[in-house]
Write a protein that binds this ligand. Structure first.
Ligand SMILES: [Zn+2]
Length: 291
């Protein structure tokens, strides 16, 4: 099975739902950033959420950015997604090693700490939409549910999970977002709350062989679930030397001057995918001259 998102509705379109299998894309993120297990879990959860939230956007060129800034050892997590199933992200500190919680559970909340979650949506309007909430637990799923309820007035249940194997590889990753629309009936909300309260973690369901469709079937099978669409998702970065050159052109003249005076080629790495781009002195001079 490959990574994909399913989009669905239930209860006569008064509930909308998304579920994702993101095991492969989280594995790519781990290999790209050489993350320690707790960072693999934290970044993987945010990437899984980003993939689903990206799929909620309608425009071809819409871009979603999720940023978590905490006072824990990870520091910051940044994830960007488009509406076509492309998602990428990076941690400020990939090498975090903190004790696990009970039963060997990775302490994502402890690694993230207290701080803020920011959601930025560039929908091609004059100003990008920007929402921020305080982190509730730093476990990311809870924080996103809080964001939806407070910032977008859409009560939501968000489940995100990454199961890291004993050899630090990614065994399972996935998640779901269930959203209650304003016209939902009381019984629908009550039924959903009961399901959420009794549910096993996403990765446990996946270990039992459940697909994203099966996960939505568990939550919404009694509420006339309708699967609308299935879309592949992947870890993908669209950086290029040209784009990096444009970013270089925005750094301060003195700094660029200094680099040129040092007389050596420079290597600039893309934060998102770690690809290194080399610029010769000649190229740097061209960049300076062109601005
Ligand atoms: Zn890149």
């Amino acid at each position: 099975m490959k990574d994909y998102i399913v989009r669905a509705t239930a209860a006569g379109e008064t509930v909308r739902a998304f579920a994702v299998r993101s095991t492969d894309l989280v594995a790519v993120a781990r290999e790209t950033h050489h993350t320690f297990p707790v960072v693999t879990a934290a970044l993987g959860r945010l990437l899984s959420a980003g993939a689903m939230m990206g799929a909620m956007m309608k425009g071809d060129r819409d871009i979603l950015t999720l940023q978590i800034k905490g006072d824990g050892p990870i520091g910051q997590l940044t994830v960007t997604a488009d509406s076509h199933g492309n998602v990428k992200g990076f941690p400020a500190n990939p090498s975090v090693d903190i004790p696990t919680k009970r039963a060997g559970k990775l302490d994502v909340g402890g690694a993230v700490g207290n701080g803020f979650l920011t959601v930025i949506m560039d929908l091609g309007l004059k100003e990008p939409y920007n929402g921020q909430v305080e982190l509730q637990t730093g476990e990311i799923g809870d924080d996103l549910a809080y964001y939806y309820t407070v910032s977008e007035q859409t009560p939501s249940a968000v489940g995100l999970g990454v199961m890291v194997d004993t050899d630090s590889s990614v065994k399972q990753a996935g998640g779901f977002i269930l959203q209650v629309m304003p016209d939902a009936a009381e019984e629908t909300i009550a039924a959903l709350e009961a399901k959420v309260a009794g549910a096993a973690p996403v990765t446990t369901m996946m270990e039992q062989g459940m697909t994203p469709e099966d996960i939505l079937q568990y939550y919404l099978g009694d509420l006339d679930l309708v699967i609308l669409e299935k879309q592949p998702v992947r870890f993908y970065c669209d950086c290029s030397k040209h784009r990096v050159a444009r970013a270089l052109a925005t750094i301060r003249t003195e700094d660029l001057d200094e680099i040129v005076r040092a007389g050596e080629e420079v290597e600039v790495k893309c934060y998102f995918c770690n690809t290194a781009y080399k610029f010769s002195i000649e190229e740097l001079k061209e960049i300076m001259a062109a601005r």
